[in-house]
Design a binder for this molecule. Sequence first.
Ligand code: ZN
Length: 142
Amino acid sequence: MPNNDILLEVSHVSKQFPVKKRKLHAVSDVSLTLSRGELLGIVGESGLLICGECGCNYRRITRSSGEIVWRCANRVEHGKLYCQESPTISEQKVKDELCDALKLADYDEAMIKDHIEHVVVGRDGSLEIEIRQQTIAQILSW
Ligand SMILES: [Zn+2]
């Protein structure tokens, strides 16, 4: 494929945030190339939900019952080796709490992406929602 068809190319991108005295690895050594006509989907993992125990991303899982839940990716891949107490969270709970935090009547993925920095999942299943700084002032006036 000719190079002028490459729209996006990233190499070895890592991004970390300090979360509760730990380093959160939002992205760890990601490389990808996006060419014209391709659709990019980073499937099943979101930088939005973060495990409060190990700092890993949460992963979206569809259970055989059809229920959609989120679990720590570290725990999914390695069992309790690196992450022992992270809870499984239902997608509905995530959506409900995000809507509450942004005072949305209905779940709106674009709004969530625009306004939520990240959500740290506590061991007790609590969600610590961090709203982007520039949004807080807006919410107060909604
Ligand atoms: Zn974890």
